[in-house]
Design a protein around this ligand. Structure first.
Ligand code: ZN
Length: 170
């Protein structure tokens, strides 16, 4: 029997993307969160598809396993990562975590976005994350919060995501 310090790892992931008016009015990409395209007049400025939720989950998992972070694995200077579907980053991170001998026990995310409302889409976001990681959706939590109209996030100028993930030894 391994001691808990050998058999458990927690990881934290954070991401923020600036939201700008959509092209052609501005540099914003379409707003994709957790693999779901949301209706919005503003979207993230990003090299990849700018999915802040998937980026933060990816980082939480990599960090828990002591692996290089998303920016190191998928540099935004690389043309092949341009406009890339972030589910590919998450899938790759899940594989690396598994190869390192870990199982994802659970992932818990808080998305802070002033609008639109996340609640109609949370179940799809959960199942998108779960299927990229090959785990049951019951192991994935997604919560939506607003920033009460204050600061950049509250003024719809940014999306912010916090994630924790727990790994257990395979
Ligand atoms: Zn990001």
């Amino acid at each position: 029997m391994q001691s808990p310090s050998e058999s458990l790892r927690i990881g934290h992931g954070y991401d923020l993307h600036r939201l700008e008016p959509l092209a052609p009015a501005g540099p914003g990409r379409r707003l994709v969160v957790g693999g779901v395209l949301l209706e919005s007049e503003r979207g993230p400025v990003a090299h990849s598809d700018g999915d802040a939720l998937l980026h933060a989950v990816t980082d939480a998992l990599l960090s828990a396993a002591g692996l290089p972070d998303i920016g190191q694995l998928f540099p935004d200077t690389h043309p092949e990562n341009e406009s890339r579907d972030s589910r590919e980053f998450l899938k790759a991170a899940g594989n690396k975590v598994r190869e390192a001998g870990w199982i994802v026990a659970n992932v818990d995310a808080t998305v802070i976005l002033e609008k639109p409302k996340l609640s109609p889409h949370k179940q799809v976001m959960r199942s998108n994350i779960a299927s990229a990681l090959d785990i049951d959706a019951s192991r994935v939590g997604v919560k939506g919060k607003t920033h009460e109209k204050v600061d950049a996030v509250g003024e719809c100028r940014a999306i912010e995501v916090h994630v924790v993930a727990l790994l257990v030894r395979d």
